[in-house]
Design a protein around this ligand. Structure first.
Ligand code: SF4
Length: 680
């Protein structure tokens, strides 16, 4: 792709976008990232909808979407709008349209914005395998365009805006057959609809490219940003991002609930915002929609603060990975002891960093052992500690002894700031040396020689502003090379870690050391709550992991070992790198939902959350559910009041199962397909 997807790959900078008005709320340009959500109430129940909109507004929601599955609901949007006005609630409303162009033409009269899904606006989803020659394909595009054109015209006449909202799981058959369910297909699907808008002189358009897999969403948004920039340049003759682009509505769809939903959302949304992509966001959780809002606000404000940081003055012409649109894990060499290797084909490791050596080593070892007993899959794969001087020797020995007596035998990573503890090298499996202003080149060389002599892997932890990362890396590489040290790896301790690790990767490629393993570190600040740390760590670690960067994640500053380990493994699962639990894909529910999604999800989770690696979708309706559950192994989809359809992949294997029997039948289906295990 000839255009970059972000204004800068090495500093957080907002993508330049035009301002699109949604009622009174301006989206894009220099406006704050707008936070939005969607009602889960029946659109025909005016009082319930108004009540929920009021709750959302109270929570800080700035734009509210309401589903309009048919003409009746589309018409009732007028009543909802009138009642909101009567109550003095001024919030822009968006009508959510799937499959029903006629409902869109009614809804557009009563709301500020229309969301259409190009995968199903003019196409019925048939999952047909069919080849389209160029002529047939063009005819299909033209047919969809003609169904779409009246809505575009009406939006322009009424001054309404529109979201072209592509979903990974609901692409039209022609797109699937030509491009597959790929980020490329998602982009083509959106651009076909943009062609109609631009043809009609309508530009109040916002885009989304949602998927339940954050990596797919990230790739699709990036591709779209690059394609739009290229189109803009072709048509205007201006360079790169000079012409403001269409704003992006960013989200991860069907993210699920609780921690998993928050982690997945923070990874996908956070990674995109780090690249400056995102003017409005929705966090989709299978919970009451008002609970989405604090999460969205936290992500938005955190990222806006980063956009305001002084831009990094260093830029690299080299890309940080081979292909940022189809990121593969970086190819690295493996280091360390046989059972605990880091890098190469070893899974991305999860480690804890205790910081200072514990005053009570037995209590510390007991706590980690207890966490391992309670959560045997969440293995602590390394433990970091700091040593300052000779007096720490006995504490380190005491910790080793305490760990051994609890049967814990993972490697120790010892951070030392000075040369005085160099002879501790024999007491750890990895030495961590901060590289910054406090250590000179002679000191680094001495430590590197000692590490080489003892065959102890050395992690150079680059500490400084992002501007300094390349020069710090050069110093570490010089020391390693002069000392003949081959077993070295890197980490960064920087204010903008996502971009700092990218700079590091780019520089490693320039210096011919691209295969050096990288450790990603997240340190929870003392004043930061666990829920906030969950989001922050998911962004900082998850964004890099989705770029294919990172051979270990190390968490520190958490009060409880089990919380930190749990978060580390959830982030790896969210980034689709390591599966240590069942993957639940559940829709946030909306006015189409046919059962209580939160309760049903909790019930199914309670029966199946021991099925490591199995993906189970719980979707509220048959209209969108099967399409949007993307790559689930099994699906539980509302098919009518009190009935459920069960799926294996995209195939419906049981229809209209009474809801009272559906949980058991789902388990039977999982069992008959060889994916069931008895709990425990
Ligand atoms: S799958 Fe869920 S969120 Fe999507 S339309 Fe159906 S009920 Fe609504």
């Amino acid at each position: 792709m000839s255009e970059p997807f972000a204004p800068s790959l090495y500093t957080p900078q907002r993508r330049l976008t035009r301002v699109v008005q949604v009622g009174d709320v301006a989206v894009g340009g220099n406006n704050p990232i707008r936070v939005q959500s969607m009602t889960t109430t029946d659109t025909l129940d005016t009082a319930a909808c108004v009540e929920q909109v009021a709750e959302l507004v109270e929570a800080g929601c700035e734009i509210v979407r309401i589903t309009a599955p048919s003409l009746k609901e589309a018409e009732n949007l007028a009543n909802i709008g009138a009642e909101l006005k009567r109550r003095g609630l001024r919030v822009p409303l968006v009508a959510d349209i799937h499959f029903t162009p006629r409902a869109a033409l009614v809804a557009v009269e009563h709301v500020d914005k229309i969301r259409i899904n190009p995968g199903n606006f003019a196409d019925k989803k048939k999952f047909e395998i069919r080849e389209y020659d160029d002529l047939q394909y063009a005819e299909e595009v033209e047919r969809a365009a003609e169904r779409f054109r009246p809505l575009v015209r009406r939006c322009r006449e009424l001054g309404r805006s529109m979201r072209i909202g592509t979903n990974h799981g609901s692409l039209a058959d022609r797109i699937m057959n030509r491009y597959g369910d790929t980020p490329h297909g998602m982009v083509e699907s959106a651009l076909e609809f943009l062609d109609v808008c631009e043809d009609e002189g309508f530009h109040d358009v916002v885009f989304s490219m949602k998927a339940s897999n954050p990596r797919v969403a990230i790739q699709a948004y990036r591709m779209l940003a690059a394609r739009l920039a290229a189109r803009s340049r072709e048509s205007s003759g201006e360079n790169g991002f000079a012409a403001p682009g269409y704003p992006f509505h960013v989200g991860v769809t069907e993210a699920g609930d609780a921690e998993d939903g928050r982690v997945k959302s923070a990874i996908g949304i956070g990674a995109l915002l780090e690249d400056g992509l995102g003017d409005t966001i929705r966090v989709s959780l299978t919970e009451h929609p008002a609970r989405e809002i604090p999460v969205a606000i936290a992500l938005a404000r955190r990222c806006e603060a980063r956009w305001e940081q002084e831009p990094c003055r260093v830029d690299e012409a080299t890309l940080f990975v081979d292909d940022p649109y189809a990121t593969q894990r970086r190819h690295t060499r493996s280091l360390g002891a046989s059972d605990w290797k880091i890098g190469g084909s070893a899974p991305v490791r999860v480690e804890l960093d205790l910081g200072a050596l514990p005053a009570d080593p037995e209590a510390c070892a007991r706590e980690i052992a207890e966490a391992q007993r309670r959560f045997p899959l969440l293995v602590c794969e390394g433990l970091g500690v700091e040593a300052y001087d000779e007096s720490d020797r006995s504490s380190l020995q005491a910790l080793r002894g305490a760990l051994a007596s609890e049967g814990l035998h993972f490697p120790l990573a010892l951070r030392a700031e000075t040369r005085s503890v160099m002879d501790f090298l024999g007491m750890c499996e990895r030495f961590v040396v901060p590289v910054g202003r406090l250590i000179d080149d002679a000191g680094m060389l001495e430590i590197a020689r000692e590490a080489a002599a003892r065959s102890c892997p050395l992690e150079w932890e680059l500490r400084g502003d992002n501007d300094e990362i390349p020069s710090l890396l050069d110093r570490a590489l010089e020391a390693s090379s002069s000392a003949g040290l081959e077993d070295f790896l890197f980490s960064v301790d920087a204010l903008l870690p996502v971009h700092a690790v990218r700079l590091l990767c780019a520089r490693l490629r320039v210096r011919g050391a691209a295969d050096a393993p990288l450790v990603l570190r997240y340190r929870k600040p003392a004043a930061c709550s666990d829920p906030h740390a969950l989001l922050a760590a998911s962004v900082d670690l998850g964004a890099a992991l989705c770029d294919g960067i990172g051979d270990a994640v190390v968490l520190s500053g958490f009060e409880k070992a089990c919380v930190a380990l749990d978060l580390g493994y959830r982030i790896l699962q969210g980034a689709r790198l390591r599966s240590t639990r069942t993957e639940f894909i559940s829709c946030p529910s909306c006015g189409r939902t046919l059962f209580d999604l939160e309760e049903t999800t909790a019930r199914i989770k309670a029966r199946t959350d021991h099925l490591v690696g199995v993906k189970i979708a719980i979707m509220g309706c048959i209209v969108n559910g099967p399409g949007e559950m993307a790559d689930a192994d099994f699906g539980y989809v509302g098919s009518g009041p009190g009935s459920v359809n069960l799926f294996v992949g995209k195939e419906c294997v049981e229809r209209h199962v009474p809801a009272a029997e559906a949980d058991e039948r789902l388990i039977d289906v999982i069992r008959s397909h060889g994916a069931w295990q008895e709990p425990g």
